[in-house]
Design a protein around this ligand. Structure first.
Ligand SMILES: *Cc1c(COP(=O)(O)O)cnc(C)c1O
Length: 380
């Protein structure tokens, strides 16, 4: 991907996001909520949302209300759910914008009911059950009271319970015994809600890994995030599921030099070339979201081959050792991308720095310029 001279670019393929969405939608054959939180996992929330909608997403999911309002301010009218809400949150703003909100506890329901009264609207609420992740959601002990309160508010016209949902702890290990236990707990929570009169709510449980590997978790809607961006949550080859990574991270070499064997490279001299060699300076660092842990570990495509970063990653830059291969200032290097042009993948980077690709794509940013290719979702 030629980057037209920019110092450092994150290139996002919108057609890949749309095609990935379409592939997942087709796989499940039911409504799909595209998760675009955290700036669309670093791909840009608005373009990612539009591309996912162009690919057939039925709704959008975000963590916080501010993200949902950003979607609305940009003119996106698809259903949006914001699920991570703090006490004192501006629920009235969410309701005015037609944003669905999630509730895990009775205090949250009370605040949403107050906002419904204030705005004279009916709040669309998704009740969250904690079925074993011990993160968001009401425990089995707290669930019946939350459901009863929600059913009363629904009878009063203050809320419409539009969803019942939970989240899995081990979806990326499809044979793990907690999955069956969480499905059972979810079904019990749904039964309690239905018995209380919440009969119209849509049930949703599946993240990306479950959307790919666990049909028994699909219920009425799936809620994938990372797979929309073409990354395999199971750590394998996304092409196996018809997915293509949408992000490529590239930069231009700013300086090259011939150095003798044994020089110390970068802070702390943690790298010494064994023979005379060419070093290339790449102008991105941990200030741009390139993990410092990538030093001497993560591979970069440069001068036709993948090479580990030589020495420490600095705040603004790092060094590559390209041996006797030809490289010049202005040449492009690729940190990660789809992997079919010889470049490493985000999965390779994740393995190298002992994290997950989610963290890498979400944190890359800083002084990288973002550029979009493809047209999905841009015809407006
Ligand atoms: C982030 C998130 C998702 C999407 O997870 P992926 O693993 O990226 O598919 C779905 N549901 C909830 C509640 C989330 O927080």
């Amino acid at each position: 991907m030629s980057n037209g001279g920019a110092r450092a670019e994150v290139v996002v393929d919108l057609d890949a996001i749309a095609a990935n969405t379409a592939a997942l939608r087709e796989r499940v054959g039911r409504p799909l909520m595209a998760v675009v939180k955290a700036d669309g996992y670093g791909h840009g929330m608005l373009p990612a949302a539009r591309a996912a909608l162009a690919g057939g997403a039925d709704a959008l999911g975000v963590a916080v209300i501010d993200e949902a309002l950003g979607l609305r301010e940009a003119g996106i009218t698809a259903p949006v759910l914001a699920w991570l809400n703090a006490p004192g949150e501006d629920f009235a703003a969410a309701l005015r914008a037609g944003v669905d909100v999630s509730v895990s506890a009775e205090w949250g329901l009370a605040e949403v009911v107050a906002a419904a009264r204030e705005t004279g609207s009916t709040a669309r609420v998704h009740l969250t059950a904690d079925t074993g992740l011990s993160r968001e959601g009401a425990t089995p002990g707290d669930w019946p009271a939350l459901v009863a309160a929600a059913a009363r508010a629904q009878t009063d016209g203050e809320v419409e319970v539009a969803g019942l949902w939970s989240h899995l702890a081990y979806a990326d290990a499809p044979a793990h015994p907690t999955i069956a236990a969480q499905i059972r707990a979810f079904e019990e929570a749904v039964a309690i809600a239905r018995a209380a009169g919440l009969t119209d709510a849509r049930r949703h449980l599946a993240n990306s890994a479950a959307t790919i590997a666990l049909p028994e978790t699909w219920f009425d809607m799936v809620r994938p995030g990372v797979a929309l961006y073409g990354l395999d949550p199971l750590g394998g080859d996304p092409a196996g599921y018809g997915l293509r990574p949408a992000m490529s991270v590239c930069a231009r070499v700013v300086l090259t030099k011939r150095v003798p064997a044994g020089v110390g490279v970068s802070y702390g001299h943690t790298y010494h070339p064994e023979r005379e060699t060419t070093l290339a300076l790449v102008p991105v660092g941990y200030g741009d979201g390139v993990p410092r842990a990538a030093g001497n570990r993560a591979p970069v495509l440069a001068a036709g081959a993948q090479r580990p970063i030589a020495g420490r990653v600095c705040m603004d830059q790092f060094v590559l050792d390209v041996g006797d291969d030809a490289i010049a200032p202005g040449d492009e290097v690729v940190l990660w991308g789809p992997g079919d042009g010889g470049e490493p993948t985000a999965q390779q980077w994740a393995d190298a720095v002992d994290t997950i690709h989610y963290e890498l794509v979400t944190r890359i940013g800083g002084r990288f310029r973002r550029r979009y290719v493809g047209s999905a979702g841009t015809a407006r």
